[in-house]
Design a protein around this ligand. Structure first.
Ligand code: ADP
Length: 226
């Protein structure tokens, strides 16, 4: 379980991005975090990734207080989380296959594991036929599917997707949502930060609404209501 306990984040410029947030996320939940730009969605996810430290309060993953981990422990902890961003963040000089394989290499996987698992995840995101293409040869939706393959290949417990469909057309958006749902059905917790009302409504799962750093609504079978 993920637990934010009375978490406040104030940046050095005195912006309070997250205010006294307490919330729990159970394993295998699919949680959408919605809210206007600047509401604090990204800051919340960064604290879960230990990229930002709460000014006060605590963030737990299971019984582990994330912000008490030492540097090498943080490195290890982050492997439990796969990330997906609006701008894809693929390595342009590497093929689709190599982008996914690289994520396994850096986490110390063997060549045998890489050769077994990369084709499997490319299949899961319907990209087996693009394995040897480069990112510049792909559509936005295809690039995002590579990013998803890379995020899941090390079998994380959690996927954080921050505005993953922000650059995509409606058809690609639908495909990405379907893939995220499939990954969730296979047991991975999904935390999706988005502006996209259609996406949230089509998922029909828990929705947290943030306004000015505060979680103002926590709706178990969500509709986007702003
Ligand atoms: P969202 O993801 O909902 O758009 P953010 O978490 O990115 O919201 O931002 C919340 C608030 O914190 C905004 O007012 C933003 O300008 C501010 N903020 C975000 N990152 C920083 C930073 N590194 N330094 C100072 N202020 C920041």
């Amino acid at each position: 379980m993920i637990l934010f306990e009375k978490v406040t984040k104030k940046y050095p410029n005195d912006t309070v991005a997250v205010r006294d947030v307490t919330l729990a996320i159970e394993p295998s939940e699919f949680v959408s975090i919605v809210g206007h730009s600047g509401a604090g969605k990204t800051t919340l996810t960064k604290m879960l990734l230990a990229e930002e430290r709460p000014t006060s309060g605590r963030v737990f993953f299971g019984s582990v207080d994330i912000h008490r981990l030492k540097k090498d422990e943080i490195h290890h902890f982050r492997r439990k989380i796969g990330t997906i961003f609006q701008d894809f963040r693929l390595l342009p000089q590497k093929t689709v296959y190599e982008n996914v394989a690289f994520a396994m290499e850096v986490s110390g996987k063997s060549d045998e594991e890489i050769m077994a698992d990369v084709p499997h995840v490319l299949d899961l995101v319907n990209l087996a036929d693009k394995a040897f293409n480069f990112p510049h040869e792909l559509s936005g939706g295809e690039k995002q599917r590579v990013a998803i393959a890379r995020a899941i290949v090390n079998q994380p417990d959690i996927i954080i997707a921050d505005e993953p469909t922000g650059n995509l057309d409606p058809v690609s958006t639908y495909e990405i949502v379907q893939i995220l749902r499939k990954i969730n059905e296979l047991g991975t917790t999904i935390i999706l930060a988005t502006h996209n009302k259609g996406v949230v409504d089509s998922i029909g799962r828990r929705v947290l609404t943030m306004e000015d750093g505060v979680v103002v609504r926590d709706d178990p079978s969500g509709k986007y209501s702003m």
